[in-house]
Design a protein around this ligand. Structure first.
Ligand SMILES: Cc1cc2nc3c(=O)[nH]c(=O)nc-3n(C[C@H](O)[C@H](O)[C@H](O)COP(=O)(O)OP(=O)(O)OC[C@H]3O[C@@H](n4cnc5c(N)ncnc54)[C@H](O)[C@@H]3O)c2cc1C
Length: 407
């Protein structure tokens, strides 16, 4: 649930806005966050349509414009209320919007509420060892067996699979179709027989992601999202939401990584504040501000119903900026930048929480230009769709997946 900060306007509150504000104030007064269990609070927030305000009534929303979610979030957080996004980042940011768009009524009723409260954490089972950027070429398969799918697949990089109750799985169900057409999406129970989760350790010492093996795992056919063969379109819903969740945040001015750099700089002894370092700091500051303004523009375009290329720009620019800013922090810290508390293997319960040390933030930031689509792939998208440059070579697009040569 990233928060968006827009320039204030003098426009009076609309009746929808007033209605939303009244509902939030009622929620906060009926269930004061300080004395209410977070799950109970979030459950009530869902029941009153304040979870995803643009979702349909009865499924956590009020069928209103998504712009009102910002008002809700700001009021809830200011009152010390819980943050559904931090409790279940992939569930709230990506799987919920996918279930509401593609799920049956039964699936929406069953999954959305506990997903929002964080009682049931979700993970995204897309990437495979041989298919990351070219995710549509994946080879994990499911075969229909009566009322079930029989799944055999290996997934990788699955963030938070170790704490997840459900996963959003995409597998190949028709190898004779062209690659994008042969995929199917389904909801899997991560504790079902035949599903095995193994930790993958990162250079921070943590294992926030995993490998997941499916060996003759059975998934009820009723858990298909959309129809068989819709998997690519379903996953586009997930990936669009992922890009915005990762790169589209609009933090307050001069906050986040650039605030860390400014803090370090201000503590440096005067003789260490060289003009070259100051110049570098200013460049980073300008990039942070340009990104913030670009994301504000992207947010306004989305609200107006014309999402532009800013989603990919924001994802790419925030990845590079995070990496460069934390590298700069390490430079300012000198030899202290090499000190690292503890490489013990830990299994975090969230992937989006605050990092406790700058050295760790620096190491974790290296993944920013890979996760959610690499910066090279973002450049391809921008080159082709925005600048109109010649397309990437795609020799497999019109051939049945089974006939495409692969290792
Ligand atoms: C921290 C983290 C968390 C993640 N969490 C999840 C998750 O929860 N669920 C999930 O399904 N996946 C997850 N991923 C996987 C992520 O989506 C993939 O790593 C990413 O899409 C890249 O795929 P790949 O690693 O297979 O690299 P590859 O696709 O093999 O790419 C290798 C290199 O080749 C470049 N490259 C590839 N194709 C092109 C091209 N056409 N043009 C130019 N360059 C190209 C890439 O940019 C990269 O540098 C996560 C990754 C990270 C780092």
């Amino acid at each position: 649930m990233p928060t968006e900060t827009f320039p204030s306007t003098a426009v009076p509150a609309t009746s929808d806005e007033k209605h939303v504000i009244d509902l939030v104030d009622e929620l906060l007064s009926d269930l004061p966050p300080a004395s209410t269990d977070p799950v109970a609070f979030l459950g009530a927030q869902y029941d009153r349509g304040l979870a995803w305000v643009h979702f349909p009534v009865g499924h956590g929303g009020l069928g209103l414009s998504p712009k009102y979610q910002k008002i809700i979030n700001e009021r809830v957080f200011a009152a010390g209320g819980p943050n559904a996004y931090f409790r279940n980042p992939i569930g709230y940011g990506m799987c919920g919007p996918t279930v509401v768009e593609w799920g049956s009524e039964e699936q929406k009723r069953r999954y959305l509420r506990p997903l929002f409260t964080g009682e049931e954490v979700w993970c995204q089972l897309f990437s495979e060892p041989g298919s990351g950027s070219d995710f549509a070429g994946l080879s994990g398969k499911a075969v229909r067996d009566g009322d079930e799918w029989l799944v055999n697949s290996q997934k990788v990089w699955t963030t938070l699979a170790h704490v997840s109750k459900f996963g959003l799985l995409v597998v190949r169900t028709d190898p004779e179709a062209v690659k994008h057409a042969g995929l199917t999406a389904m909801v899997v129970d991560m504790h079902a027989p035949g599903v095995e989760v193994r930790p993958l350790r990162q250079m921070t010492g943590e294992a926030e992601f995993n490998e997941v093996f499916f060996t003759d795992a059975r998934v009820p056919f009723a858990e298909t999202l959309g129809k068989p063969g819709d998997g690519w379109r379903v996953s586009l819903t997930t990936l669009m939401n992922e890009r915005v969740a990762i790169g589209g945040m609009i933090p307050p001015k001069a906050s986040g990584p650039i605030a860390e750099a400014l803090r370090l700089w201000s503590k440096l002894p005067a003789q260490e504040r060289s003009s070259a370092t100051r110049e570098e700091l200013m460049q980073l500051y300008i990039r942070a501000e340009v990104l913030r303004l670009t994301n504000i523009r992207a947010g306004q375009m989305r609200k107006a119903g014309v999402p532009g290329p800013e989603g990919s720009i924001g994802k790419m620019a925030s990845a590079d900026l995070n990496k460069d800013t934390y590298a700069f922090c390490m430079h300012l810290m000198g030899a202290n930048g090499m000190l690292y508390g503890d490489y013990a293997l830990t299994r975090p319960r969230t992937a989006m929480g605050p990092v406790d040390a700058l050295q760790k933030a620096f190491l974790r930031s290296r993944a920013n230009s890979i996760e959610g689509g690499t910066s090279e792939v973002m450049r391809n998208i921008l080159g082709e769709r925005v600048l109109g440059l010649p397309g990437d070579v795609r020799v497999d697009r019109d051939r049945p997946w089974s006939e495409v040569p692969r290792n």
